[in-house]
Design a protein around this ligand. Structure first.
Ligand SMILES: Cc1cc2nc3c(=O)[nH]c(=O)nc-3n(C[C@H](O)[C@H](O)[C@H](O)COP(=O)(O)OP(=O)(O)OC[C@H]3O[C@@H](n4cnc5c(N)ncnc54)[C@H](O)[C@@H]3O)c2cc1C
Length: 460
């Protein structure tokens, strides 16, 4: 049963006071106040700097503003145009199992010798990738998979509740939010029976409920699908939204909250004094900082040498194709499990997306990967993907941590540097709870979830 933590309410703010060194602590026992004009006992010296304007950075900036902190958000590109732009928009507590599970690493290694597998490792000379792969491989076992699943489930469940609240209260503008569930669809009976084992595990270990649909029931529910499919499992706990609209809604809200957003401003150097970062050097010049929050997604590992920590977060490249709404549009988001392709219906279109490619920061738009998406969807759709109705082809770098659990917390050895990154295939789904946790840790408030599984120390 998912329930909202009692003290989390969008639209509420909290009193806070500054303590020495510029950090913020919530005053114990002070009740939430409904006015967002937060009272401070001391003037804030400098804004908290959030690096990264993806869904994680946006949610962190929003949560910080909610507790009354002044925030400056910088991004090396345009706000909301990293991985958070063209993803499939599933808010998906049902996707709690990590990529690091038994069998994944062997499938990935086999893909070194295949031309176009959905999960593809490509030969690389970067030692960082092989170090990541070694750690990832060590997590591809049943026990680690369950442990990661539980860590992910907490953030997924809490975020699902928080999204509902953010849209209901009007904190965020509507972004095609539909809390209607997803269908995991199967062509063959054997694949559906095989998935029944996963379904049983999800039910047994995580209490996740799913409903089976026969091929006939599926045809009635989803006329856009071809007849003769084996059936589907329905996960009603999931929701979906349009990610680019979500990022627009975040930008509008952040500006209303007084967050300063500085685009095309890249952080490339940190300056230290003892165990603190005193300033950052960016393409727009040097900035002194009191508190620094790194929400740098798949680029986080590039900061590891300066931070002097291990940061096993690799870019996992995925693609999507957005099309105009076809005459017969799927009603629910559909996961074509045998082809590893997802389809999400939006108000003004549909998006098909997926594939996972470990090839560093390769910026090419590879046509065979897009073909894989189209062929995957065509295997299930009554009417094949219409090339003429394609509006956008896109790729993004998922921030894949070596255990597929996000990194949330203070950077080891540094008093005033925090990180929220490594959300892999589920950054949209985990953003609100991640942000809430980060702010609770930063303000010294009792955290709404146990922060232990997400600590950065686990790799150091
Ligand atoms: C095909 C595909 C489908 C997906 N579908 C889903 C889905 O259905 N549901 C779901 O929950 N998730 C999905 N995801 C995953 C999701 O998109 C990511 O987990 C999420 O966007 C990560 O958010 P982020 O804020 O960490 O990273 P990003 O959105 O990439 O943001 C990081 C930002 O940091 C900036 N940055 C980095 N380094 C610096 C620096 N040094 N200085 C300044 N700025 C910097 C970047 O420019 C970028 O804007 C999907 C991903 C892909 C590729």
């Amino acid at each position: 049963m998912i329930s909202a933590p009692a003290d989390l309410a969008y639209g509420d703010s909290f009193r806070f006071r500054m303590v020495s060194g510029g950090s913020i602590r919530q005053m114990s026992g002070s009740p939430p106040i409904s006015d967002r004009a937060v009272q401070t006992t001391h003037a804030v010296r400098r804004p908290i700097v959030v690096v990264g304007g993806g869904v994680i950075g946006a949610a962190c900036a929003g949560a910080l503003s909610q507790v009354g902190a002044p925030v400056l958000l910088i991004d090396k590109g345009a706000f909301g145009h990293g991985c958070s732009y063209g993803n499939c928009g599933l808010v998906s507590p049902s996707h709690l199992l990590p990529l690091s599970r038994p069998g994944t690493v062997w499938n990935g290694l086999a893909s070194l010798f295949k031309r176009n597998a959905p999960l593809q490792f490509r030969f690389q000379t970067r030692s960082q990738f092989w170090a990541w792969l070694w750690r990832f491989a060590r997590n591809c076992n049943h026990a680690s998979m369950l442990q990661a699943g539980h860590a992910r489930q907490v953030l997924l469940d809490q975020s699902r509740v928080l999204y509902e609240e953010m849209f209901r209260s009007g904190f965020l503008e509507d972004c095609d939010w539909v809390p209607g569930g997803t269908l995991v669809v199967f062509r063959s009976h054997s694949a559906m029976e095989e998935f029944a084992e996963t379904e049983a595990l999800l039910r047994r270990e995580f209490g996740l409920e799913a409903t089976p649909l026969s091929g006939e029931e599926l045809s009635q529910r989803e006329p856009a699908l071809r007849s003769g499919l084996a059936g589907a499992w329905e996960y009603r706990c999931d929701g979906h939204l349009r990610p680019d609209k979500l990022m627009c809604a975040w930008k509008k809200r952040l500006l209303e909250l007084g967050v300063r957003i500085r685009e095309h401003c890249e952080l490339f150097c940190l300056e230290f004094s003892d165990d603190e970062v005193t300033s950052i050097v960016t393409t727009a010049g040097r900035m002194e900082v009191d508190q620094l929050i790194l929400c740098t997604g798949a680029w986080s590992q590039l900061l590891r040498k300066q931070l002097k920590i291990r940061l096993p977060v690799e870019p996992g490249k995925g693609y999507s194709i957005t099309l105009r709404r076809p005459p017969v549009t799927p009603v629910s988001p559909l996961i074509f499990e045998e082809h590893h392709v997802a389809l999400t219906p939006f108000q003004e279109g549909i998006r098909i997306g997926s594939t996972m490619e470990f090839a560093g920061y390769d910026k090419s738009m590879r046509a065979p990967r897009l073909t894989l998406l189209k062929e995957g969807a065509n295997a299930y759709l009554r009417n094949p993907v219409d090339e003429l109705s394609i509006e956008e082809k896109w790729y993004g770098f998922r921030p894949m941590s070596a255990d597929d659990v996000p990194l949330i917390g203070r950077v080891p050895g540094l008093q005033n540097v925090w990180m929220a990154a490594g959300h892999g295939m589920l950054g949209v789904s985990m953003a609100p709870s991640t942000a809430q946790l980060l702010v609770e840790l930063l303000t010294g408030t009792h955290p709404h979830v146990d922060p232990f599984p997400y600590r950065l120390e686990r790799f150091n």
